[in-house]
Unconditional design. Structure first.
Length: 219
């Protein structure tokens, strides 16, 4: 697994990373929310450990932006113990909240639980009548016939399906599917949606246009 440790205190980062590496995790670090967002946009993490009180951008704001970019588990690690802070964090989509001072071993256990819980909720295969999308095998078949797609077409389809029945803006789709350092515009999404609908044939109707916003995979 790969985790990102975000805290303006270097000693905190060092302790967390030391224990994480002992668990066999690959680690990156950032000392502020702004850098954390940049790293999340360019990398795939299994979990983000996020402090609240930081320079440049606080943990609450960083969490909101991170969740808008990618659906990655976030664990708040903060000295703030007020109930309102915890409730607000969970409203933002935080997966767990750990207060300082903390036990590094307990934090590692919480990371493991959060990641296992998240992975167990994701299906490796989605079936909609004759449309079969195999995420692990990265393949799609329509009425028993395998469909050839470009890697980005497949990435886009998988993201739409994993967020089925949720209206997704074009900016959201660009951020989630295309790397941030590869500039694209709205026409990229529209073009790939057109190609996807053609490839899905009789199941193209699952991809619904949300006028003035983007698309959703409707079930």
């Amino acid at each position: 697994m790969k985790i990102l440790v975000v805290d303006d205190e270097i000693k905190i980062r060092e302790v967390v990373m030391e224990y994480a590496k002992a668990m066999g995790y690959e680690c990156d670090q950032a000392n502020n929310g702004k850098d954390a967002i940049d790293l999340v946009s360019r990398n795939n993490y299994d979990c983000v450990i996020l402090d609240i009180m930081m320079p440049e951008l606080d943990g609450f704001s960083a969490c909101k932006k991170i969740k808008a970019i990618k659906d990655v588990p976030v664990i708040m690690l903060s000295a703030r113990q007020e109930e309102d802070d915890k409730l607000f964090s969970f409203d933002l989509g935080v997966d767990d909240y750990v207060t300082k001072p903390f036990s590094p071993k307990e934090l590692m256990a919480r990371i493991k639980v959060v990641c296992e819980r998240r992975n167990s909720t994701k299906s490796s295969q989605y079936i909609f009548d004759g449309l079969v999308i195999d995420v692990a095998g990265r393949s799609v078949s329509v009425d028993g016939e395998r469909v050839t797609m470009t890697p980005k077409e497949l990435d886009l389809l998988i993201y739409l399906v994993e967020n089925k029945n949720i209206a997704l803006g074009r900016d959201k789709l660009l951020s989630a599917v295309w790397d941030s350092d590869y500039y694209e515009d709205d026409r990229t999404i529209d073009t790939h949606i057109k190609m996807l609908r053609k490839d899905l044939g009789p199941y193209a109707e699952h991809i619904v246009t949300i006028r003035g916003m983007g698309y959703k995979f409707e079930v």
